[in-house]
Write a protein that binds this ligand. Structure first.
Ligand code: TXA
Ligand code: MG
Length: 374
C-alpha cells in the first residue's frame, strides 16, 4: 500500500485529513494523494462543489469525473447493477488503479459529475491517505486529476500548487504518487467483455487474467490521440481484440492532454541506435538556432548518444520494466517547462504492459507528433 504514515507524520497528517474531510462536507474542494496521481476532490452529491472542481481545473463540463469510494458497501447506493465480471475485477484489483464504469443510480450524485451520462466511473484508490479521507468524509468523492486542464497530471503536492494555488481550498501532501499515471478506465458488459476506455496503471495483460473475460481496447495510442468520441453504443457481441474508432470511449480522450509548454515529438524506429542518431541530429539543429532542448530516453539507450545530446537529458529508466518511466513521465514534462525547454524529443517504448499507458500519454503530450524512421 502507498502512503503509509510514519509515526511522526501520523498525527499531523491525521489532523490535516480531518480538516480536509470537513472542508469536503462543507462543499469545499481539496486535493489529495492517490497511488496514481493527485486528485481534486469534491462531495459528489453537491452540484456547487462539483462545479467548483470544473471551474478550478478549467475542465470542459462534458467530461465526466470519476467517483472515489473507500468501501464496497458504498457501491450499492451509487449504481444499479454490478455484473459478475466487475465483481471479479474488484476482487482482483481494488483498491488499485482501476476505474469501472457502471450504470448510474439516478438522483444520488450531482448530475454534473457524470456530465449527464447514465453511467458512472468508480474507483477505490490504493492509498492510505485517500482511503482515510473518503472514509472520514463519509461521502462519495468526485475527483479528477488535480491539474489545470491540458497540463500533465500532478504526481507531487507541489505540482498541484503550481497549477491550482488560490483556486482550491487545500492540498493534502502525501509525498510522491507511486504509479505516476492515471487509473485504467474500463466498461464491463454482462457477456464478459471488458472494454478499455483509457489505458493506465492496470495493464491489459492483468485484465486478461480475469476468467471468462474478453478484453478489447479502443485502438492504440495513435488512433486515440486523433479520433473524437462517437455516440454509437458497442454491441455486446464484439469479440475482436482491437476495435477502431467507432467504439464509445471516455469523453476525456478527445481533448489534448498532458502537454508541456514546449514542443514535444516522439521518435520511433526499430533500431535504438538509428533512433538515437536521428534524435541527436534534430536536437543539434534546434540548439544551433539557440533553442533550449530536452531529451527523454531509456537507460539502455544512453550509450548510443554522445556527450550532452540536449540541454536537459532525463533517463526514463529501464525499457524492460517501464515502472520508472511511468513514475517519472509527468514530473519530467513539468521539469522541462520549469527549465524553459522549448523543443523536446522522446524515445518510444513498446505498447505492452505499462507501455500501453505510457505511449498513450506521450502521444497526447506530443499532440500526435511522431517521427517514424527506418
Ligand atoms: O487515477 C485516476 O484515475 C485519477 C485519480 C485522481 O483517481 N483521476 C483521473 O480523473 O484521472 P480524470 O477526471 O482526470 O480522468 C477520468 C477519465 C476521463 O477520461 C473521463 O472522461 C473518464 O475517466 N470517465 C469518467 N466517467 C466516465 C463514464 N461514465 N464513462 C466513460 N468515461 C468516463
Ligand atoms: Mg486528468
Amino acid at each position: 500500500e502507498e502512503g503509509e504514515f510514519s509515526d511522526k507524520q501520523d498525527i499531523s497528517t491525521r489532523r490535516a485529513m480531518s480538516e480536509a474531510a470537513s472542508l469536503l462536507l462543507k462543499g469545499g474542494i481539496v486535493a489529495f494523494p492517490t497511488e496514481t496521481v493527485y486528485g481534486l476532490g469534491a462531495d459528489a452529491r453537491s452540484t456547487a462543489a462539483v462545479e467548483a472542481v470544473f471551474a478550478a481545473k478549467g475542465r470542459p463540463s462534458d467530461n465526466p469525473l470519476i467517483v472515489h469510494i473507500a468501501e464496497r458497501s458504498q457501491l450499492e447506493s451509487l449504481v444499479t447493477e454490478v455484473p459478475p465480471i466487475a465483481l471479479t475485477l474488484m476482487d482482483m484489483y481494488w483498491p488499485g488503479p482501476l476505474t469501472i464504469v457502471l450504470p448510474l443510480r439516478p438522483n444520488v450524485l450531482s448530475n454534473r459529475v457524470t456530465a449527464g451520462l447514465d453511467t458512472v466511473g468508480i474507483r477505490m484508490p490504493n492509498h492510505r491517505v485517500a482511503l482515510a479521507l473518503i472514509q472520514e468524509a463519509g461521502c462519495p468523492v468526485a475527483a479528477p486529476s488535480a491539474n489545470r486542464s491540458g497540463r500533465p497530471s500532478p504526481t507531487l503536492a507541489s505540482h498541484v500548487q503550481e497549477d491550482l494555488d488560490g483556486r482550491i481550498d487545500g492540498v493534502l501532501d502525501g509525498g510522491p504518487a507511486g504509479v505516476g499515471l492515471e487509473s485504467t478506465v474500463v466498461r464491463v458488459f454482462s457477456n464478459g467483455v471488458i472494454q478499455v476506455l483509457r489505458p493506465g496503471g492496470i495493464t491489459i495483460e492483468q485484465l486478461g487474467k480475469v476468467k471468462g473475460a474478453t478484453v478489447i481496447s479502443v485502438g492504440g495510442a495513435y488512433e486515440e490521440a486523433q479520433s473524437a468520441i462517437s455516440p454509437e453504443i458497442m454491441t455486446e457481441s464484439v469479440q475482436v481484440k482491437k476495435v477502431a474508432s467507432e467504439a464509445p470511449r471516455s469523453p476525456g480522450v478527445k481533448y489534448t492532454h498532458y502537454a508541456p509548454q514546449g514542443e514535444l515529438s516522439i521518435v520511433r524506429g526499430s533500431s535504438p541506435q538509428a533512433v538515437a542518431s536521428e534524435i541527436e541530429l534534430l536536437l543539434d539543429k534546434a540548439r544551433h538556432d539557440g533553442t533550449m532542448t530536452g531529451l527523454l530516453a531509456f537507460e539502455e539507450h544512453m550509450p548510443f548518444y554522445g556527450l550532452n545530446p540536449a540541454n536537459i537529458v532525463i533517463s526514463l529508466g529501464s525499457i524492460d520494466t517501464l515502472a520508472e518511466a511511468a513514475h517519472k513521465l509527468y514530473t519530467s514534462l513539468r521539469l522541462f517547462d520549469e527549465m524553459g525547454v522549448a523543443y523536446m524529443l522522446s524515445e518510444a517504448c513498446p505498447e505492452e504492459g505499462l507501455g500501453e499507458a505510457i505511449m498513450n500519454r506521450l502521444v497526447k503530450a506530443a499532440g500526435g507528433r511522431i517521427i517514424e524512421i527506418e
